[in-house]
Every structure is written in C-alpha cells, then in structure tokens.
Design a protein around this ligand. Structure first.
Ligand SMILES: C[S@@+](CC[C@H](N)C(=O)[O-])C[C@H]1O[C@@H](n2cnc3c(N)ncnc32)[C@H](O)[C@@H]1O
Length: 433
C-alpha cells in the first residue's frame, strides 16, 4: 500500500507513472502498477470524497494513503480489488508506519466513509471531476471538441484497454501472416481475434499476457502495438514507394512505427528522436526484428543540425502530444497535464510541420499523427497548416484520416461495455505538389 500511495503522490506532484514504476522493485512492480492504475482511475472521486470528509488537507505523508483508500473503496465501474475491511486495515497500518499520530484520524475518516458511502457518492455526483474522474479543464475541453461524444469518451477512458498485437508480415502478406500467427496463439492456449481490414496485422487478445508467453516474440514474429497506431505505416506507404525510398521517421522513439514501416517495405530510413535514451529503445526494437535503419538523436525542428540536404520521399511525423487519446493505457496523463500544455504542444507540432515540410520532395507525402483527440492537436493543427502553407493537398482515407475516437461501437452507450479496439488518434495525409 505504501508503494501505491507513493506512486499516486508522485503523479500528483508531476512525475509520470512510467518513470515511477521503472524504479519500483521488480517483484512489487506488477501489483503496484495494477493498484495504482485502479487508484488513478478513481482519483477525481477520491479527492472529492477527501475534501468532503476532511476539508483541511492531511499532511503530505498521510494524504496519498487516504486518497488511495478512498479510491479503493469507491464504488466505480470496475470490481473493487479488495474487501472494504482489508483496505481499511492495510491503509491504517501503513499510516501507523509513516505518521503514527494520524492513524486514528484516517481510521475514523474511512469508517465514516463506509457508513455514509451511498449518500456521499450521490452528493458528489454533482461534481464532474468526481463523476468522470478527470480534471475539470480536460472535461470542458472534450465538451467543446466533442459535444455529442464527450461523456462516452470520458467513460471509455476509465476502461481497461485491450492488449493488441501486430504480426510481423515481413515474409508474407499481412492477412496470411496474421492468420498463421492466430493459429500459433490458439495452439498456445491464447484466445485472440483479428481487428479487420483497416489493421490487417492486428490481433486483439481476450486477456493480456506477458510478452514472454507470446510465441516467437523474442524472434520478432510479433510486437505489441495498439490497432490505431498500426494505421500509420500503411497510410504512409499506401501509394507504394520505390524500394530504397528515402524515408524520415521524425519522432521515432520507442520505434513501434519505425519497425512497422520496415516490416512492410525496404526503405532507406532515418529514425530521429530528440530523446537519446528513448532512441535506444528504437535500436532494441530494430535488433529484435532484425531490421536496419539509421538512428539519430536530434531535435527534428533544427534541420541545420541533422539534415544533409537530400529531400525525403516520405515523412512520418508522429508528433509529441497530450496523449489524450490513450488515457486508458496511461491513467496518469490526465492528472499530469496542465491546461497550458495543449497550446505549448500545438506550437511544437506546428514548428515540426513547418520545418519538416521543407525537407520533403515535391510529389512526396507526409503523415502527421498524434495520439490525441483534442482538436488543437489534430484537425485544427492541420487546418492552420493548410492556411499558412501553399502546395499542400490533404488527402482523405476512409476510416483512417481525421480524428479516431477511443469508443467501442462509435460511442453507442449501450454497446460500449467492451473497450474499443482502437486508441484515440489523429491522422492526416499531406501530399506536396
Ligand atoms: C508519440 S512519441 C513517438 C512514438 C513513436 N513514433 C512510436 O510509434 O513508437 C513522440 C516522440 O517525439 C519525441 N520528440 C519530442 N519532441 C521532438 C522534437 N522536437 N524532435 C524530435 N523528436 C521529438 C519524443 O521524445 C517522443 O519519443
């Protein structure tokens, strides 16, 4: 419980959960991850309940433990991981270790919550942060961008994402490779189903498994990648590129889309990323899959530093963004972002677009992608680019370009009990005349 409370407090003070979990002892990591994911999905409700029950915030050593307990006791959509008395016992004994003088207070608050739970839940349902478990500014932004779907999106953000695989189609057609790998999964007792023609290499597992259980994972027969992310490489290669075409993957780390491109075509590929340590993961991915690309740590906006002046046939710009489309996979991002981040990120995306457009051949193509559903990082970004740049032709591809929302069955509430197969994404295909 102490590990979980520490992870939650780290997120509340601005550190990413991925970074926190990487430092967690290996034997405690899976348990800490699943409980802290659970708590972060109920954090808006827990914060509101804490304020209701104890208007003066308890000391920093105590508050994250109290919040974790309230989140674990809150009657959310998911089955609660522990019985009520177990949560109270564990949290009170953790408080006894950290701040013994506060143990009685925490015990009293939690017991009152259990006595009045139904009434408190009902009263706090009037607060959007408690009801939807997102910051108010995030809720308001979604209301503006998606007036019909915002509630369904917020609910979907608190569901468990499916584990999706991308079958390596290097040696055969995507359909044949996927069906052959499905048979291998079935033989290994792992249930899965294909996503369909939009993402022909994608298989969604009924239940997540460790990658070590996937047949041929170490040999590169399969990778883990959401189905929406699997749309990028085919979109860039859609019209076919000559063998050896010069391609830039401008924001490549950790390399999921880099290796997908190389699985599908023989390319002279340069993989850039501004973060040298994340670039090592691109190299690991290339190695596991037996593929080759030049990798380079550089700020893609600063072309004078890394570009040799040879124009690219195609560019993938999978830009840094708020990650508002993948909240279900990263339940911390909504609590980490600040409202000003969106405008800052949109400026970086615009600068990347402007700089990279100059490195593209006439007749070349650029795919702009973000894993965001905020329009400022998607449609509005591209509309502004088309306004300020001549010679750009934005091409639509049915089911792929535009905003993809992370909703099962197009947001039909009744049918949305199972998670969508796709994360939220935005794609634009820009042709240069
Ligand atoms: C959405 S992630 C890319 C994911 C990757 N394409 C994949 O499919 O695995 C965005 C990446 O952009 C990198 N980045 C951010 N600003 C950048 C810049 N100015 N130039 C190059 N890379 C940048 C980040 O380090 C991050 O790895």
């Amino acid at each position: 419980m102490l590990q979980v409370a520490d992870a939650v407090q780290a997120v509340r003070t601005g550190r990413s959960l991925t970074e926190v979990l990487a430092r967690c002892p290996a034997d405690l990591r899976p348990g800490t991850q699943s409980l802290s994911f659970y708590v972060l999905r109920q954090l808006g409700a827990a914060e509101a309940a804490r304020q209701h029950l104890a208007p003066k915030a308890p000391p920093p050593k105590v508050e994250p433990l109290l919040l974790s307990a309230l989140a674990l006791l809150w009657p959310g959509a998911e089955e609660r991981p522990y019985a009520d008395h177990t949560v109270v016992d564990q949290v009170v004994s953790a408080v006894r270790k950290r701040a013994p003088a506060s143990a009685g207070f925490v015990n009293a608050v939690l017991r009152r919550f259990l006595r009045e739970r139904e009434a408190i839940v009902l009263a706090l349902a009037a607060q959007p942060q408690a009801l939807f478990n997102h910051p108010l500014w995030w809720i308001e932004q979604l209301q503006k961008d998606w007036p019909q779907q915002w509630q369904a999106i917020l609910k979907a953000n608190n569901q468990h994402p499916p584990m999706t695989l991308r079958v390596n189609a290097r040696r055969s057609s995507p359909e044949a490779a996927t069906s052959a790998y499905l048979q291998r999964l079935t033989a290994a007792g792992i249930a899965a189903r294909p996503v369909g023609p939009l993402a022909p290499q994608a298989l969604v597992l009924d239940r997540a498994v460790p990658v070590s259980a996937l047949p041929g994972f170490a040999e590169g027969d399969v990778s883990v990648q959401d189905a929406a992310a699997q749309l990028a490489a085919p979109l860039l290669l859609q019209a076919g590129l000559p063998a050896g075409a010069r391609v830039l993957d401008a924001c490549s780390a950790p390399g999921g889309k880099t290796v997908h491109l190389l699985e599908l075509a023989d390319l002279d590929l340069l993989a850039l990323d501004s973060d040298a340590s994340r670039l090592e993961r691109v190299q690991d991915n290339l190695k596991r899959l037996g593929l080759k690309a030049e990798t380079r740590a550089a700020d893609a906006r600063d072309t004078a530093k890394w570009w040799d002046g040879r124009l690219f046939d195609a560019i993938l710009l999978d830009a840094p963004c708020s990650a508002s489309g993948i909240v279900r996979r990263h339940p911390d991002v909504r609590w980490l972002r600040r409202p000003t981040d969106i405008a800052n990120l949109a400026q970086i995306q615009a600068d990347l677009l402007d700089a990279l457009w100059l490195t593209l051949k006439p007749g070349g193509r650029l795919v702009y992608a973000t894993c965001s559903i905020f329009k400022a990082e998607g449609q509005a970004q591209i509309d502004a680019f088309l306004q300020r740049q001549n010679g750009v032709n934005a091409q639509e591809v049915e089911g792929v370009t535009g905003h993809l929302l992370p909703l099962a069955h197009n947001g039909d509430e009744a049918a949305a009990t199972e998670p969508s197969q796709l994360d939220g994404f935005y794609y634009a295909l820009l042709l240069k005349s």
